[in-house]
Unconditional design. Structure first.
Length: 385
């Protein structure tokens, strides 16, 4: 983030520059604009009105990574939100941290998870795995209905099923081939949440054990492969609990009971669970006695996206890639209340707008064969060396 060297408050334009760097660092063309990482603190000059002001740009990071938050104590390991957590006084860590997997540790490069089914449909039609008349919307509906039926049929196993069983109920074609195709498409859309990946590494350095819990139709060995493919190695967590293998889920409380049974020496209130589902990750974790963090963007993010859709329709999706906006919003969860509005405005409104303009400039110059860009703007030094 950016802050005045003397600690004075900043205006929205400086916050926008700081969070624009956060946004740009996750864009595909960030390598072009910011070819090298700059670590530590670097002083740069910008102009506040007509008055030159020195600000501090801290930890500008390379493409597809993000900054980590500051711990409460100087010299301590860097941990991002939700640490330090109020349930653990003096910045102490929990005895164990559990993470949800999808939409928490692993994010998708699509706006909604069901968009994966549309991509599967297009590739399945191209490969001749399904009837050519099965459009992506129809395929998506059939896939969702098949999952509902498969879960209903597996009531004796707590309604938990694996992916191949879902496609057997769908009866759209070769169940094994379609399941393999969906897995390949899923792997191509997933990436590790860089904010929490930093947290995982730091927790490992601190010796704090981590487990992963997932309500998912993929067996543990497949899910481990997806995690490794996204850069989350096996050594970063102790255990992986998956609903389809355990016959119970977070939403029915079973996975939390299993977790506590496997760790009888730990008091439930000394365990912190982090996830995005209000019921499965928060209500049921708290019902089991665990501390819980609802890891979702603040409400302003949803309101912003809804307003964009209303004003721009389908064109709203082009304003900024969904994962970038979501990451920028998640990165602001630990912002101080008196700074949150300006940081949100910079990260979710002004930053993406300028980033979109920069993308257009780069693409237009590439078409024209222009290899050097000399933008006349006060923040230009942040976009190119």
């Amino acid at each position: 983030m950016l802050s005045y060297a003397d600690g004075r408050p900043q205006h929205a334009n400086q916050y926008a520059v700081a969070d624009l760097v956060r946004v740009l660092s996750n864009l595909d063309f960030a390598v072009t604009l910011l070819p090298g990482a700059v670590s530590g603190a670097q002083s740069v000059s910008v102009r506040d009105g007509f008055k030159p002001t020195t600000v501090r740009a801290a930890a500008i990071v390379p493409a597809r990574q993000a900054d980590v938050g500051m711990n409460a104590h100087a010299g301590d390991p860097m941990l991002s939100f939700p640490f330090p957590h109020p349930a653990f006084p003096s910045g102490a860590l929990p005895d164990l941290v559990s993470f949800d997997v999808f939409d928490t540790l692993l994010l998708r490069r699509v706006e909604t998870p069901v968009a994966v089914f549309d991509a599967v449909a297009r590739r399945a039609r191209a490969a001749g795995l399904v009837d050519e008349g099965l459009t992506p919307p129809l395929f998506r509906l059939a896939r969702q209905e098949a999952e509902r039926q498969a879960r209903q049929a597996a009531g004796s196993q707590g309604g938990e099923v694996e992916l191949t069983a879902i496609y057997r109920h769908a009866a759209l074609g070769d169940a094994d081939a379609l399941a393999a195709l969906e897995l390949a498409v899923e792997a191509g859309t997933l990436f590790a949440n860089p904010l929490l990946l930093n947290t995982l590494h730091t927790l490992a350095e601190c010796g704090c054990p981590v487990v992963l819990l997932s309500d998912m139709y993929l067996p543990p060995n497949v899910l481990r492969g997806l995690l490794r493919g996204a850069g989350i190695d096996d050594g970063l967590y102790r255990s992986l609990y998956v609903s389809c293998a355990e016959g119970c889920s977070k939403r029915d409380g079973g996975l939390f009971r299993k977790l506590l049974a496997d760790h009888p020496d730990l008091r439930p209130e000394r365990i912190l669970h982090i996830g995005d589902d209000a019921i499965g990750d928060v209500a049921m974790a708290q019902a089991a006695g665990l501390q819980a963090v609802h890891y979702v963007p603040p409400p302003d993010f949803a309101h912003l996206r809804e307003r964009e859709r209303t004003l721009a329709g389908f064109a709203a999706a082009a304003l900024s890639p969904p994962p970038v906006r979501r990451l920028a919003a998640l990165a602001g969860l630990g912002d101080a209340p008196d700074e949150a509005f300006w940081l949100t405005f910079g990260a979710l409104v002004l930053g993406p707008a300028v980033a979109g303009y920069c993308r257009w400039v780069v693409e237009d110059c590439q078409r024209r064969g222009i290899g050097v860009i000399a933008p006349l703007m006060r923040e230009a030094h942040l976009f190119a060396p």
